[in-house]
Write a protein that binds this ligand. Structure first.
Ligand code: G
Ligand code: G
Ligand code: MN
Ligand code: NA
Length: 254
């Protein structure tokens, strides 16, 4: 209860902030995207992880205003990076189920894009299998509206939920993010290797790109390159970092 009271005030007290983790294109080794990850600087308890407060935000409905703040802050940052003398980076934002089911979602996304001037194709919305499959008919309509805006859609934590292949082929989604639990045992774990290869083959067959999450070693990166994985994200490529640190990492291309 105490944490909930604090979370209600966290937004107005400026206690939330975003970190950004790079996503690299495997072939070019360039940073092609970043994922925004929220943190809470609690006045007494210090930094609180989203694994602790996002579920609370979901339960209380606070996820809607918090999610809107995340979206606007991330779009604003991406708009700044859009002006760098290099290829612009896509900004990935995690959407929770409550946000996805909010009837105002497309309005919220549109106004975040309009107010910041960010190119819609530079905004990626990450959805989980659970969010998408819960009410697949409603999902089809929502995805269509979001695709109409021109944003890039991806499925996060892929492989950990319950995806219907029948709907997967009908969802207009651009990328699958392989959950890090499948990557962590590579290259030794032959079962995870088989699953990873199968997800990559399926995604490519459906004309989707694949991002491997949780890449922590050069061996994993090499293996994923051999498997034809398109993009990688993880501590080996870069930890979640402040906007300033990420600006330095992005730098000019040449
Ligand atoms: O950054 P970290 O690995 O601690 O994130 C833990 C979990 O919190 C991940 O599942 C991540 O998707 C989720 N998360 C991080 N930032 C956000 C956010 O802005 N919105 C939502 N809904 N989830 C987030
Ligand atoms: O569920 P989602 O994929 O959005 O979660 C992203 C979370 O994964 C972030 O909180 C981030 O801190 C964490 N993360 C990112 N890279 C790595 C990694 O290489 N290893 C581990 N263990 N966690 C990672
Ligand atoms: Mn994510
Ligand atoms: Na994930």
């Amino acid at each position: 209860v105490k944490l909930e009271v604090g979370l209600r005030k966290a937004l107005q007290n400026n206690e939330l902030y975003l970190l950004y983790q790079p996503q690299l294109d495997v072939r070019s080794s360039e940073i092609v995207g970043v994922e925004a990850l929220v943190r809470w600087r609690h006045p007494e308890r210090g930094i609180i992880s989203p694994t602790e407060f996002i579920p609370l935000a979901e339960e209380t409905g606070l996820i809607v205003p918090i999610g809107e703040w995340v979206l606007r802050t991330a779009c604003n940052q991406a708009r700044l990076w859009q002006g760098l003398p290099r290829r612009p980076v896509r900004m990935a934002v995690n959407l929770s189920a409550k946000q996805f089911k909010d009837e105002n979602l497309s309005q919220i996304v549109l106004s975040a894009l309009d107010d910041t001037g960010l190119d819609p194709k530079l905004l990626e919305l990450e959805l989980t299998e659970g969010t998408l499959m819960d009410d697949a008919m409603a999902t089809l309509a929502t995805l269509e509206r979001l695709r109409g805006i021109g944003v890039y859609l991806s499925i996060d934590d892929f492989g950990t939920g319950y995806s219907s292949m029948n709907y997967l082929k009908r969802f207009d989604v651009r990328a699958l993010k392989i959950d890090r639990s499948f990557i962590s045992g590579l290259p030794q774990d032959s079962e995870n290797a088989a699953i990873t290869r199968a997800i990559i083959a399926m995604a490519h067959g459906l004309k989707m790109a694949v991002v491997a999450e949780g890449v922590e070693t050069d061996e994993q990166l090499l293996l994923l390159e051999q498997y034809g994985c398109d993009m990688v994200q993880g501590y080996f490529l870069g930890h979640p970092s402040s906007a300033d640190a990420m600006t330095l990492m992005l730098g000019p291309l040449h």
